[in-house]
Design a protein around this ligand. Structure first.
Ligand code: ZN
Ligand code: ZN
Length: 361
């Protein structure tokens, strides 16, 4: 991706020389997610174009230099099926890392496929090989987890693990998820596994609402076929007139925030995770929406290596029954990435699988 709004170009890179403790991943799959569409539309600041997009990827270790360990401490070797945590170079020494314990706000942090420039090498998954520099968090992918399930969950699942942590869900809580993209769908699945009672989801189009049900939602509201007052009334009718104990915003629209504060019950929690880009201000009435309501609003930015490991554990235990693999719809080869971005931008697919060695489906 040479610059925003430009067609994706296919380029050849030299095979990198590996320093000690580095590895080369032969990419099996990467993804095209909402972030890639934002990158393509130039909506993220500080991106060092040209970049090789594809921040969450999976594959097989092609070459390893020296002894390297996975994040669980076990030795990794060539031929292992692995995944890696896309966030790297988190410093562990700054105030964000140590004093505030918010490593996702560390200013040294970099992300494969997003804040790593292609001028530095193979730092993205839309590529036949990915360079895993020393210090990157690598984990062996259990044999029971297919690449399709891992990428189907992908970044959305890691984000959802963080969201559920922020939501501090209690057994029996009602939950409403705004948005049925990759983040919202995984949040629904984790709320179900985490002991929610009734789970509501607002989204579109109908195929995604159907998938939301298979992920664990009980009641879905079609964003395009219902109005804001109708959804509030329908929710209250099923929650003792109160609204949901926990509302999770994974929609990314300023209007969703205005609706969300009304959907959460008095004394409830509202986790905002969908505003990855600046979509402008939302209008709230502090008295009515926050103060008198005794509302708790929590932001959620990025994910930590612990969320990456928890996501793998969740997939290992539950991917046979929770259809994460269905989130990744079509496969695209390197020659059809422009089409993949257009399909993702038009919401024809929730997430595209990038198959750098294949021609797509
Ligand atoms: Zn730091
Ligand atoms: Zn992503």
């Amino acid at each position: 991706m040479e610059a925003p709004h430009r067609p994706i170009a296919v380029r050849e890179f030299a095979v990198p020389d590996l320093p000690p403790c580095a590895a080369l991943l032969r990419t099996s799959f990467s993804e095209v997610c909402g972030t890639d569409v934002h990158l393509w539309h130039g909506r993220l600041s500080g991106v060092p174009y040209p970049i090789i997009p594809g921040h969450v990827s999976a594959g097989v270790l092609d070459r390893v230099r020296g002894d390297i360990e996975g994040v669980d401490g076990s030795a990794l070797k060539e031929g292992d099926r692995v995944v890696f945590f896309d966030v790297h170079r988190t410093c562990g020494r700054c105030r964000a890392c140590t004093v505030h314990r918010t490593p996702t706000r560390c200013s040294a942090r970099r992300v494969y496929g997003i804040t790593d420039s292609a001028t530095e090498g193979l730092f993205g998954g839309w590529s036949e090989f990915v360079y895993l520099e020393p210090g990157v968090g690598i984990a062996r992918l259990p044999d029971t987890i297919s690449f399709e399930s891992y990428i189907g969950g992908g970044c959305g699942l890691l984000t959802a693990v963080h969201i559920l942590e922020r939501a501090a869900l209690r057994p029996g809580d009602t939950v409403l998820v705004q948005g049925t993209g990759a983040v919202g769908l995984s949040a629904i699945a984790l709320a179900r596994l985490g002991g929610a009672s009734t789970i509501f989801a607002i989204g579109a189009p109908q195929e995604r609402l159907d998938l939301a049900k298979r992920m664990g939602a009980d009641v879905t509201f079609d964003l395009d076929a219902t109005t804001v007052p109708e959804r509030l009334e329908l929710l209250r009718a099923r929650t003792h007139g109160e609204g949901a104990a926990v509302v999770i915003e994974a929609a990314g629209s300023a209007r969703a925030i205005e609706e969300g504060v009304a959907l959460v019950r008095d004394g409830g929690r509202y986790v905002i995770a969908g505003h990855y880009t600046d979509v402008g201000p939302s209008t709230l009435n502090a008295h009515r929406d926050i103060n008198r309501k005794h509302l708790e609003i929590r932001g959620c930015w990025g994910s930590e290596v612990g969320h990456f490991l928890r996501a793998i554990s969740l997939l290992e235990r539950h991917a046979a029954r929770v259809p994460w693999h269905e989130i990744g719809g079509r496969r695209y080869g390197l020659q059809s990435l422009n089409e993949a971005l257009e399909d993702a931008a038009a919401m024809r697919i929730t997430k595209a699988l990038v198959d750098p060695w294949g021609r797509g489906t």
